[in-house]
Design a protein around this ligand. Structure first.
Ligand code: ATP
Ligand code: MG
Ligand code: MG
Length: 571
């Protein structure tokens, strides 16, 4: 009898293998991924393997040294072990040339997290391959970020309640989670989830190619990243994995088409799960909408398979859900066309049209007169709360969609005096006024090492955008966005005392019309939208649907207003 293992919580939809034309399209897909730069070279792969070998040795040396310090015998100190695991895109096998290696160092119970940030830190610093090191011991998940032989590595540490961590240890047993603190549990979670996902897909190679394609597609279409309310890397991986379970013998090209079809028709908020949700030995919450109201509020739940199961997409809002669903619809159309040879894979990966699409936008500009570290913290806070502004906006009657753009725009200006500062605060962020800043020195890759600029005072700016789909049917009713903006402004400002210093930190929320969007949002050579003029006087402009963005454009496109809503001193 033919026995095929069943993956997932239901049987497959189809066990058919690929046809010859499907295989051909699959080859074309792999070629396109190569063109897109999705794969690294064999030499680069070998370098990563070499680095991981060194890190494994360092981990054992680390455990050995700390054990010896605690008066263990040489034999016991050696047997205490220490093992590294990887997670993230590298472990999933979908990393690109620029990806980091997410690495977890697992140690026995007599090794403390402090030891990781002192002893292991020093061992790293002794290595000639170390290019950069940035320990972040106070993070939600404490991490040492390094660059090692030119490759970025995130190093986490987890301490288990065991005397020894042998090289044969795996992390699948949930009893290993007993007696651990929250930080250790969080550190272990990434590896446990990635390991399980790989266990739960029928054919890893099919899954990997399909996931590479989905990652490129989601990035190009601007729907990648947990912070702004889109699925992140792990959520996209689980979404692809579930389709692989439903079509265990299909090739990646077919998986992609079914991916878009199935998730367009999915009965959200029914959750996407890869295996039955398990109970376990800890006093922690496992995702359960029957018990927890918060879990019932998840709009497109995608649940992690490893105990304790959590929702990886809790940040999705009504607006981002609509955006994601419309991209699924587009995905169906394009992949159907690919299967009938009317379009090709590069069409699937075409760039989003976010900055051409909405009539109105909110720009949220975060500025810091200080150092880059202060700016990073301030931006991190404002960014992490942006989805709350989205929730407030989409709750307003006249707003159909408040669509947060998935990436940030950053600029740094040098300034000499308060006039310069005022100039930046008033004129940055609108096409109409940005030419007033052209005499200020902007920090670029070319000049950032200049000694003369290092001494200068700097103003850091990072901007986020929200596209607004406003219901214009009832024109009498004005949509008042001031209240949500003011609430968001106050929330950020009052988060802690440090950020209340409005001489250093400011937050400017502006309402900007499409034609006033600043040049920074368009790629060089990309046509910016230009208002079609219909009056006789300006007839010469008729038919000019757009103009290419010049390197420095001082022209004003039209006279539409740009209003500042939350100003620096508005708190
Ligand atoms: N700020 C964070 N807080 C908590 N966990 C995080 C954070 N950033 C990343 N992670 C964890 O680390 C994993 C890997 O993140 P990372 O940013 O390296 O993305 P990736 O999927 O590996 O893609 P890339 O190829 O860009 O590295 C995530 O899946 C998540 O589990
Ligand atoms: Mg990574
Ligand atoms: Mg990482």
């Amino acid at each position: 009898m033919n026995y095929q293992k069943v993956y997932g919580i239901t049987g497959p939809v189809s066990v058919a293998g690929p046809t010859a034309p499907e295989n051909k399209l699959n080859d074309a897909l792999i070629q396109e991924l190569k063109k897109e730069g999705s794969f690294e070279t064999e030499a680069e792969t070998a370098k990563r393997v070499e680095i991981l070998k060194i890190l494994q040795e360092l981990a054992q040396n680390f455990v050995y040294q700390v054990s010896k310090k605690k008066n263990m015998s040489d034999g016991m100190a050696k047997d205490a072990g220490g093992k590294i695991f990887t997670f993230g895109s590298y472990k999933l096998g979908v990393h690109g040339p620029g990806s980091d290696i997410d690495t977890l160092v697992v140690v026995p119970k007599h090794i403390m997290r402090e030891d990781f940030f002192t002893v292991f830190d020093s061992l790293l610093r002794e290595r000639p391959e170390l290019d950069e090191i940035a320990p972040v011991p106070d993070a939600f998940v404490p991490v040492i970020k390094i660059k090692f032989s030119g490759i970025s590595i995130d190093l986490l540490c987890a301490r288990l309640d065991v005397a020894q961590v042998p090289i044969t240890l795996t992390l699948s047993d949930k009893n290993l989670l007993r007696n651990l603190d929250e930080k250790d549990l969080r550190a272990l979670n990434g590896t446990r989830v990635t390991d399980e996902i790989l266990e739960l897909v029928p054919k890893t190679s099919v899954f990997r190619i399909a996931l590479r394609a989905i990652k490129i597609w989601a990035n190009r279409r601007g729907i990648y990243g947990n912070v702004f309310g889109f699925p992140g890397g792990v959520a996209w991986a689980m979404l692809v994995a579930r389709i692989c379970q439903l079509y265990p013998n299909a090739c990646s090209a077919v998986i992609l088409n079914r991916f878009f079809k199935i998730y367009s028709e999915w009965k959200w908020p029914q959750p996407v799960v890869l295996k039955p949700i398990e109970d376990g030995p800890l006093q922690v919450r496992v995702w359960n909408p029957k018990i927890y109201a918060q879990d019932r509020s998840h709009r497109m739940p995608v649940i992690t398979p490893a105990y304790p199961s959590m929702c990886a997409t809790h940040n999705i809002s009504d607006s981002t859900k609509k955006v994601i669903l419309s991209e699924f619809e587009r995905g169906i159309k394009v992949t159907n066309d690919i299967f009938s040879n009317k379009q090709s894979w590069n069409n699937l990966f075409e760039k989003h049209d976010f900055f051409h699409k909405y009539k109105f936008y909110l720009t949220v500009a975060v500025t810091t007169k200080g150092d880059d570290e202060q700016h990073l913290k301030w931006t991190g806070l404002v960014e992490s709360k942006l989805r709350l502004l989205v929730l407030k906006l989409e709750a307003l009657a006249g707003i159909n969609i408040a669509h947060p753009f998935f990436a940030l725009f950053g600029t740094t200006y040098c300034y000499d005096n308060e006039n310069d500062v005022q100039n930046i605060l008033e004129n940055y962020g609108s096409h109409k006024t940005e030419n007033k800043l052209q005499n200020l020195i902007k920090i670029t890759d070319d000049n950032k090492e200049d000694e003369s600029l290092k001494e200068k005072a700097k103003m850091y700016l990072t901007t986020m955008y929200i596209g607004l789909d406003v219901n214009v049917e009832n024109k009498k009713e004005k949509v008042d966005i001031h209240i949500p903006c003011a609430e968001y402004f106050n929330l950020c400002r009052n988060f802690n005392e440090e950020f209340q210093d409005n001489n250093i930190f400011s937050l400017i929320i502006r309402y900007v019309k499409l034609y006033d969007l600043p040049s920074e949002v368009y790629d060089e050579g990309e046509r910016r939208p230009i208002k079609k003029k219909t009056s006789k006087r300006t007839k010469e402009n008729d038919g000019d649907a757009g103009s290419k963005r010049p390197k420095s454009d001082a022209r004003s496109a039209d006279t539409a207003s740009t209003k500042a809503i939350g100003q620096t001193a508005a708190a």
